[in-house]
Design a protein around this ligand. Structure first.
Ligand code: NAD
Length: 499
């Protein structure tokens, strides 16, 4: 059985706490590894070592730091298959999806290769008589990244690339359900030339997280996970005087207008609703067709597509559309929510509850479910299901659809399908959601834009990756300078020697 410890000062080290968590194979329900859970003392030790290492790294010029990113990017490409396999093995997603997980993280690393440009300060010449001002962006010191299970490569890469390119050291605390990829990434970082101690991977659970939140050396906390934990971490980190950005859960709606291309909308909904078993913070979990005819037409298109979805392990010889969910508890919760939808009167048009896969009966597979006539008071609408369940909520008008999305407490992503530019523009302009797709189902912005939800989907004032990351991971210092008149007035004609 594989034992996964921590990555401290450039080497894999065993945990000393005596506490471990099981790392499951979600396709079989078997334990495939044990991951160490760090104590407060182990976290504090990793932080102290990182603080030591950060001094030289922070003083390394940005171009040299960017070269480490360039090498790191090349190594990720070389190791793409191994990384994707590690993602799929612990998470359960299909291999093409796992490659996408690595790729969308790699793109953020590529953006961070431009660190020298992004870290340039501002300059005002002659802000007053003989007075100049310049500002510089300085690293914060040691920062923490705390990441969820559902993107084992992408989100650790979003966190570490910006933090390190800016000259910080990072303590990365990956999800204890999927620890392997983060350890591999740390090794590749080291191979790329990152000095020992600048990136420490500390595995653990709440104890390790709380130790990071209470450690005075930690200057900033970058978190991604569920909303209750995001809120907790934001509150505790900021109460301790730290900078924090904490991204939470989601309930993403797609509005389908009567003039939309129904085939394209249905294809998009099936991919965005059921891809990765619905375990994406940008998954579309609510379809909102406008008008009865649109709703009837859409459900007719959706049913055969949902019924045709192929569910299986990433190792399957055949193509599969999605794999198992992450844990037995997640499966139970999802099935419980589907039951609640039936009990509350929603119409279960495709029922995935009895799904079972021969040879994988103990795996955490959940068949796809499709609900029609869901109403906003139902638990299946209010909760983030985070599973292969799509809910259709019918709206009578565009305004009603827009209001539904606006009233939802989450605000991560949303999409609208329409042939009308005016409606699309109005929707994008007015909706109170951070990322909007127009005839585009999962609008995760590219690495040189920035990612962040509104409302209960994000706490903090800066987004992750893109230029915002360079703001989050640096402090601005502004210098106002004046030089009194001196040698130039006296006229020196000799060739001056430097002292
Ligand atoms: P989670 O909140 O359970 O865990 C996230 C991290 O927090 C993990 O590292 C975990 O160890 C730690 N943690 C868990 N409970 C804790 C506690 N009580 N105290 C301190 N730390 C704790 O989330 P998850 O199940 O791993 O991930 C799924 C969630 O993440 C979903 O809600 C999804 O929408 C969200 N998510 C959001 C984004 C985004 O950018 N908004 C991206 C991906 C996932």
């Amino acid at each position: 059985m594989e034992e996964i410890g921590h990555f401290i000062n450039g080497t894999r080290t065993a945990g000393t706490s005596g506490r471990t968590a099981d790392v499951m194979n979600p396709a079989t329900g078997e334990v495939q590894g044990k991951v160490a859970l760090a104590t407060t003392a182990e976290v504090n030790d990793a932080v102290a070592k990182a603080a030591e290492a950060q001094k030289a790294w922070g003083a390394t010029n940005p171009q040299r730091r960017a070269r480490v990113m360039m090498k790191f990017g090349a190594l990720i490409n070389e190791n793409m298959d191994a990384l994707a396999e590690a993602v799929a093995r612990e998470h359960g997603k299909t291999l093409p999806d796992a490659r996408g997980d690595v790729q969308r993280g790699l793109e953020v690393v590529e953006f961070c290769m431009g660190a020298p440009h992004l870290l340039k300060g501002d300059f005002t010449d002659d802000g007053g008589p003989g007075i100049d001002l310049h500002s510089m962006r300085q690293p914060l010191g040691v920062v923490a990244g705390i990441t969820p299970f559902n993107f084992p490569a992408m989100i650790p890469l979003w966190k570490m690339a910006g933090a390190l390119a800016c000259g910080n050291a990072m303590i990365l605390k990956p999800s204890e359900r999927v620890p392997t990829t983060a350890m591999m990434l740390a090794e590749l970082m080291q191979e790329a030339g990152l000095p020992d101690g600048v990136l420490q991977v500390v595995n653990g659970d709440k104890e390790a997280v709380d130790a990071l939140l209470d450690n005075d050396t930690i200057q900033a906390v970058a978190f991604v996970g569920s909303t209750p934990i995001a809120h907790y971490i934001y509150s505790r980190a900021t109460a301790n005087g730290k900078r924090a950005q904490c991204f939470g859960g989601a309930k993403n709606h797609m509005v389908i207008m009567p003039d939309a291309d129904m085939d394209k909308a249905a294809d998009a909904l099936v991919g965005a609703g059921f891809g990765a078993a619905g375990e994406r913070c940008m998954a579309i979990s609510v379809a909102v067709p406008v008008g009865k005819d649109t709703a009837d037409a859409l459900i007719e298109k959706l049913v055969p597509r949902v019924e045709a979805l192929k569910v299986g392990p990433y190792t399957s010889e055949n193509d599969v559309d999605y794999g198992p969910v992450i844990t037995a508890a997640a499966k139970e919760r999802i099935l419980g929510l589907v039951n609640s939808g039936v009990n509350e009167g929603a119409e279960l048009v495709v029922d995935g509850r009895d799904f079972s896969l021969q040879g994988y009966e103990e795996g955490y597979f959940v068949g796809p479910s499709l609900f029609d006539n869901v109403t906003p008071d139902m638990e299946i609408y209010r909760e983030e299901i985070f599973g292969p369940v799509l809910c259709q909520v019918r709206a009578d008008s565009y305004d009603e659809a827009l209001q539904l999305v606006m009233d939802n407490p989450y605000g991560n992503g949303t999409a609208i399908y329409t042939a009308d530019g005016d409606v699309a523009r109005d929707y994008a302009h007015r909706v109170n959601v951070g990322m909007v797709g127009i005839n585009f189902p999962i609008p995760v912005p590219l690495s040189y834009h920035t990612f962040g939800g509104w409302k209960a989907s994000g706490f903090g004032d800066l987004n992750q990756f893109g230029p915002d990351a360079f703001r989050f991971y640096t402090r601005t210092k502004t210098v106002t300078s004046r030089w009194f008149s001196g040698i130039k007035d006296g006229g020196e004609f000799a060739f001056k020697q430097m002292d």
